[in-house]
Design a protein. Structure first.
Length: 326
């Protein structure tokens, strides 16, 4: 299994717990310094010779965002593949969308599937080499080192490296090893998506497909150490920014910073203005204004104007004014 591999990047939409920030943009397009969450994936896939094609899978609602982003980007391989749904209640689910994409695009090569809101530091080439050695489906797994934290994810049970069980967001997880939304499937496995769905199985959570699949053919887990961030909350996004900046801060050349303190893990974007402000571990979007303000662990969206108000672990939506003196 060292032949051509097709990649699918699952490009979903907004994150409920990041709603003031993501209501105008999909969470995959959130900035990380000079790049974005999803661009890190594009950039790595672009360098892999075995990846012939990259499909960016999204629905009609979010297609314009990702289409515009791809048109402005430097990549040759990615292209948009749009689900034939639009309304939220028509969502196919991840497995359903994959099955539709496989049929729509006529895919029969080995398939690498990555959730676009993932930030991880293992090399995809190493994951694919592991997949080759296994000669079977492979799933990337990470130990979150907390069973309480594992309740938010799909939890894996292993016998050695082989997957023998799966729990979807369990109240009492058997372990703290979770699926991170990165899968590799042999070409011959792709024909199993339709039977899985036709049997009435869960169309959304890929882990249920893995659970169903491991009863039919050996399925393996690639475990890794290091960093993994599931972008979906204020804290996880700021953690990802901190990891990407590696303790430094990034201030755009066009930003104005006067009589202000910019601490560690701060990203100040283009045309933002800080006057007599004290900012730590925060992201300040373009054209935001902070005056006589302390900002800690917060995200301030574009065009917001904050004066004489201290923010702690806050999400400030675009063009918000505090105080609202309009």
């Amino acid at each position: 299994m060292t032949g051509p591999t097709t990649a699918v990047v699952l490009a979903g939409g907004y994150a409920t717990r990041l709603w003031p920030i993501t209501r105008h943009r999909p969470k995959m397009l959130l900035p990380l310094g000079e790049t974005t969450v999803i661009d890190r994936i594009y950039a790595e896939l672009e360098t892999l010779d075995r990846i012939d094609e990259i499909y960016v899978s999204t629905n009609e609602r979010f297609a314009p965002d990702f289409e515009a982003h791809l048109e402005d980007g430097p990549y040759d391989k990615p292209r948009l593949s749009v689900e034939e749904t639009e309304r939220e209640d028509e969502k196919l689910g991840v497995v359903g969308a994959l099955a539709q994409l496989i049929d729509r695009e006529g895919l029969d090569d080995d398939l690498l599937v990555i959730a676009g809101d993932n930030l991880f530091d293992f090399a995809l080439e190493e994951f694919l080499e592991y997949f080759d050695r296994c000669e079977g489906p492979a799933i990337a797994a990470y130990d979150v080192c907390s069973r309480e934290r594992a309740t938010s994810y799909g939890v894996l049970e292993l016998d050695g490296e082989r997957v023998v069980g799966f729990q979807a967001k369990p109240d009492e997880p058997e372990s703290s090893l979770v699926s991170i939304g990165c899968y590799a499937f042999p070409g011959e496995t792709l024909s199993l998506f339709d039977p899985y769905l036709e049997a009435g199985n869960d169309p959304d959570e890929p882990g249920w497909f893995v659970q169903w699949l491991q009863d039919r053919e050996p399925t393996y887990a690639y475990t890794f150490d290091g960093a993994w961030y599931d972008i979906g909350t204020r804290g996880s996004y700021l953690d990802a920014v901190s990891w990407h900046l590696d303790g430094d801060s990034h201030v755009a050349e066009s930003a104005t910073v006067r009589e202000s303190s910019v601490g560690d893990d701060v990203h100040v974007m283009a045309d933002a203005t800080l006057v007599d402000a004290d900012v730590e571990r925060s992201v300040i979007f373009p054209e935001a204004y902070l005056g006589s303000t302390t900002v800690r662990g917060s995200i301030v969206d574009e065009g917001a104007r904050i004066s004489g108000f201290d923010l702690e672990r806050a999400l400030i939506g675009a063009h918000t004014r505090i105080p609202d003196d309009r």
